[in-house]
Design a protein around this ligand. Structure first.
Ligand code: NAD
Length: 420
C-alpha cells in the first residue's frame, strides 16, 4: 500500500466487503457494519508551527504534525519522523497502519503518527534538539503515557526520544519516562528495542518459512540499511543466511557469495554509506529489487516497489520491514505472480511490540533482561503470524488482506462492546 490515505480507505472498504461476504459466522459478518465506519476518519489531527532559532541566529519555522487515528483499543501509539516529504496525507496513512498493526499483534494500543517537515541532515545537533523540544512543547497537552505515546521513526532516534522525554517531564514537573518509547537505556529504554523491528520481522519470516517449506538457509536482498535494514541484515547473517545485496540512499552493493555484514556495518559507520565496500560490486537499486533471491526485504521508504519494478520482482517472499513499500498497482502484480508478501502491519510490528514492553517496564519501574524481551517478542510475533495465517486460509486471501481481516475483527469487537 502506498502512503495515500485514499488507499487506506479503499483497503478498509474492501476488507469490510470480504468479511461480509465470507465471514465464517454471522457474528463476524455483523461486526463490520457500522462500527467499521468509525475507523474511516482519524480521531484528531494536530498541526503546529515550530519556530526554531538556528545556530547562526536566524529564525526558521517548521511544520509539525500529529495524527491520532484511533484509541479504541488503548492510547494512540506511533513514531515521529523527520523528513522533508512529511505531509498530512502521509501521516494519516501511517497512523491508520498503526491502529491496524497494534490490533494485529494484539497489544493494548491504538494508532497515531507524527512528523516534522524538515531535512534533518541540514541541521546541527543543537538545532535538532531545539526543534525536538519545541515540537513536544507544542504537543504536550495531546500526548502522555495514558494518552498518546510517540516513538522513533525515519531519521529520529533514541537521542530524539530523550529530548522529548526530558522536555515533557520538565513541563509536567516530574519524571515521566512512559511518555515516549525507544529511549536510551539510561533513562528507561528497554533492552532489545534497538533491533526489535528487525528481530520481530525475522521471527515472522522463520515461522512463515516453515509454513511454505522454503529452504532452511536463504538468499536475501535488503533495500535500506538503517535501523530496520541493517539490524535485519545482521540477524539474518548471524543465523546463517546469505545477504547478497544491500542498498542505502547513496547506492547498492552486491556480492553473489554473500556480503560480510559486520564489516559492512563498520564500513558504513566510517564512510557514511555502503557504497565502495570492498569485495562488492555496485549495482542499481532497481536491480536489487529484481534479484532472483528467496527473500526481498524493503526497509527504506514507502512506495519503493512500483508497478514497473513489480513486473521484474523474482523473489519468492517479500518481508515488508518498511511501511507501505509496495504501491497498490505493484501489489496486484506481485500477488498475481504468486510472490508471498508478508505485510508491513505484521512484518515490522516488532518495534511497537517492544515499545509496548518498554512502556510496561516504565509504568512498573521494573526492568527486564534482554532474554525476557526476546522471548516475549518471539511469543507475540509467532502468535500474530499464526492468527494471520489462519485468516489467510479461512478467507482464502493473501497475507495482507488476512492481516487486515484479523485486525478489523479485533477492532470491531472492541468498538461493539464500548458502543459509539
Ligand atoms: P532509518 O532512517 O534508520 O533508515 C532508513 C534507511 O533507508 C537508510 O539506510 C537510508 O540510507 C535508506 N534509504 C533512504 N532512501 C533510500 C533510497 N531511495 N534507496 C535505498 N535506500 C534508501 O529508518 P528505519 O527506522 O530503518 O525505517 C525504515 C523503514 O522501516 C520506514 O518505512 C519505517 O517507517 C519502517 N519502520 C521502522 C521501525 C523502527 O523501529 N525503526 C519500525 C517500524 C517500521
Amino acid at each position: 500500500m502506498s502512503k495515500n490515505y485514499n488507499n487506506c480507505l479503499s483497503q478498509l472498504r474492501k476488507i469490510k466487503n470480504i468479511i461480509q461476504l465470507k465471514g465464517k459466522n454471522s457474528r463476524d459478518r455483523e461486526a463490520v457494519y457500522e462500527e467499521m465506519e468509525v475507523l474511516e476518519k482519524p480521531q484528531k489531527i494536530i498541526q503546529v508551527s515550530l519556530p526554531v532559532r538556528m545556530d547562526d541566529g536566524t529564525l526558521k519555522v517548521f511544520e509539525g504534525i500529529r495524527v491520532q487515528h484511533s484509541d479504541i483499543r488503548g492510547p494512540f501509539k506511533g513514531g515521529i519522523r523527520f523528513h522533508p516529504k512529511v505531509n498530512i496525507d502521509e501521516v494519516k496513512s501511517l497512523a491508520f497502519w498503526m491502529t491496524i498493526k497494534s490490533a494485529v499483534v494484539d497489544i493494548p494500543y491504538g494508532g497515531g503518527k507524527g512528523g516534522i517537515t524538515v531535512n534533518p541532515k541540514e541541521l546541527s545537533q543543537t538545532e535538532l534538539e531545539r526543534l525536538s523540544r519545541t515540537y513536544i512543547r507544542k504537543m504536550s497537552n495531546d500526548i502522555g503515557p495514558d494518552k498518546d505515546i510517540p516513538a522513533p521513526d525515519v531519521y529520529t532516534n533514541p537521542q530524539t526520544m530523550a529530548w522529548f522525554m526530558d522536555e515533557y517531564s520538565n513541563i509536567k514537573g516530574k519524571n515521566i519516562p512512559g511518555v515516549v518509547t525507544g529511549k536510551p537505556i539510561e533513562i528507561g529504554g528497554s533492552l532489545g528495542r534497538d533491533k526489535a523491528t528487525a528481530q520481530g520481522g525475522y521471527f515472522v519470516f522463520e515461522n512463515i518459512k516453515k509454513k511454505i517449506n522454503l529452504r532452511d538457509k536463504v538468499e536475501v536482498a535488503i533495500h535500506g540499511f538503517g535501523n530496520a535494514g541493517a539490524n535485519f541484515a545482521k540477524i539474518a547473517s548471524d543465523n546463517g543466511h546469505k545477504v547478497v545485496a544491500i542498498s542505502d540512499s547513496k547506492g547498492t552493493v552486491f556480492n553473489k557469495n554473500g556480503l560480510n555484514i559486520n564489516e559492512l556495518m563498520e564500513y558504513k559507520r566510517q564512510n557514511g554509506s555502503v557504497v565502495g565496500f570492498p569485495n562488492s560490486e555496485k549495482i542499481k537499486w532497481e536491480e536489487l529489487l529484481t534479484l532472483k533471491v528467496d527473500l526481498l526485504v524493503p526497509a527504506a521508504l514507502e512506495g519503493t516497489i512500483t508497478k514497473e519494478i513489480a513486473l521484474g520482482v523474482k523473489a519468492k517472499v517479500i518481508l515488508e520491514l518498511a511501511n507501505g513499500p509496495i504501491t497498490p498497482e505493484a501489489d496486484e502484480i506481485i500477488d498475481k505472480n504468486n510472490i508471498l508478501v508478508i505485510p508491513d502491519v505484521l512484518a515490522n510490528a516488532g518495534g511497537v511490540v517492544v515499545s509496548y514492553f518498554e512502556w510496561v517496564q516504565n509504568l512498573r519501574s521494573y526492568y527486564w533482561d534482554e532474554e525476557k524481551v526476546r522471548t516475549q517478542l518471539y511469543n507475540k510475533m509467532n502468535k500474530a503470524t499464526d492468527v494471520v495465517w489462519r485468516a489467510k486460509e479461512e478467507y482464502k486471501e493473501n497475507m495482507r488482506t488476512a492481516a487486515y481481516i484479523a485486525a478489523f475483527l479485533e477492532l470491531s469487537k472492541s468498538l461493539k462492546v464500548r458502543g459509539i
